[in-house]
Design a protein around this ligand. Structure first.
Ligand SMILES: Nc1ncnc2c1ncn2[C@@H]1O[C@H](COP(=O)(O)OP(=O)(O)OP(=O)(O)O)[C@@H](O)[C@H]1O
Ligand SMILES: [Mg+2]
Length: 224
């Protein structure tokens, strides 16, 4: 599903070039549940952003289902994301001028789903937000926004789900609910799931764990 080769990312900060990802090589087979762990600042979110085609690497390549991201223009990348990739960002990225339900409904409409409103309602209910359809993002708590982001990411059953600490803002009850949902959908729909987490108990449920440190893969373990 994903093949990452010799991936490097440097950014300049205060006139100096800083290496954020350093020679990452990684293959993720279809249907794998891969957990990415590592300290704050180790490059986890940067790596997810590159896989989603939201940023461009300094060098190296990312191939998704046989297509090199570097061969796609912005429109083609947007199409690939719409058709194949669901994302839960660490900072949610909800559209502030739309209600919670609309945030989930819009991607479904873009995909041409007929009953987008009803489908969005089911997803909102699955994340426990059946009473928050009409709230705007500013009227939602951090954890509620996070749950809307999860519902939106699942809209249209993407083949690849990228989740950046999707339980980081949740209490244990809602955290468990989101995890159970992610894992259930992973099992039912057979999607590829890449999950960034600080929760080692959660990571232990993955097929494979990679640990990033200072922009490098420092270890790879098979928890099973
Ligand atoms: N635009 C930027 N310019 C310069 N440095 C950046 C930029 N964006 C991120 N960085 C640096 O890149 C490093 C990796 O950031 P990243 O967000 O990928 O870390 P992370 O592993 O997701 O951390 P966390 O667990 O805190 O979310 C950090 O040291 C960060 O300061
Ligand atoms: Mg991060």
């Amino acid at each position: 599903m994903i093949e990452i080769s010799n991936l490097n990312m440097s950014l300049s900060s205060a006139g100096r070039s800083v290496s954020i990802l350093d020679d990452i090589n990684l293959k993720v087979p279809p249907k794998e549940f891969l957990a990415i762990v590592g300290p704050s600042g180790s490059g986890k979110s940067t790596l997810l952003g590159l896989i989603a085609g939201l940023d461009q690497p300094s060098s190296g390549s990312i191939v998704i289902d046989g297509t090199a991201l570097s061969d796609l223009n912005e429109d083609q990348l947007a199409t690939l994301r719409r058709e194949k990739i669901g994302m839960v960002f660490q900072s949610f990225h909800l559209i502030p001028t739309m209600s919670a339900l609309e945030n989930v409904q819009i991607p479904l409409e873009l995909q041409g789903v007929r009953d987008a409103g009803a489908e969005a309602g089911l997803l909102m209910t699955a994340v426990g937000l059946e009473n928050r359809f009409d709230h705007y993002p500013v009227q939602l708590s951090g954890g509620e926004q996070q749950r809307v982001a999860v519902a939106r990411a699942y809209a249209g059953s993407p083949a690849l789900l990228l989740a950046d600490e999707p339980t980081g803002n949740l209490d244990s009850k809602n955290g468990k609910r989101i995890i159970d949902l992610l894992l259930k959908l992973h099992q039912d729909q057979g999607n590829t799931l890449i999950l960034v987490t600080h929760d080692m108990k959660l990571a232990a449920r993955a097929d494979r764990i990679i640990t990033l440190g200072d922009g490098k893969i420092v270890s790879e373990t098979d928890p099973r």
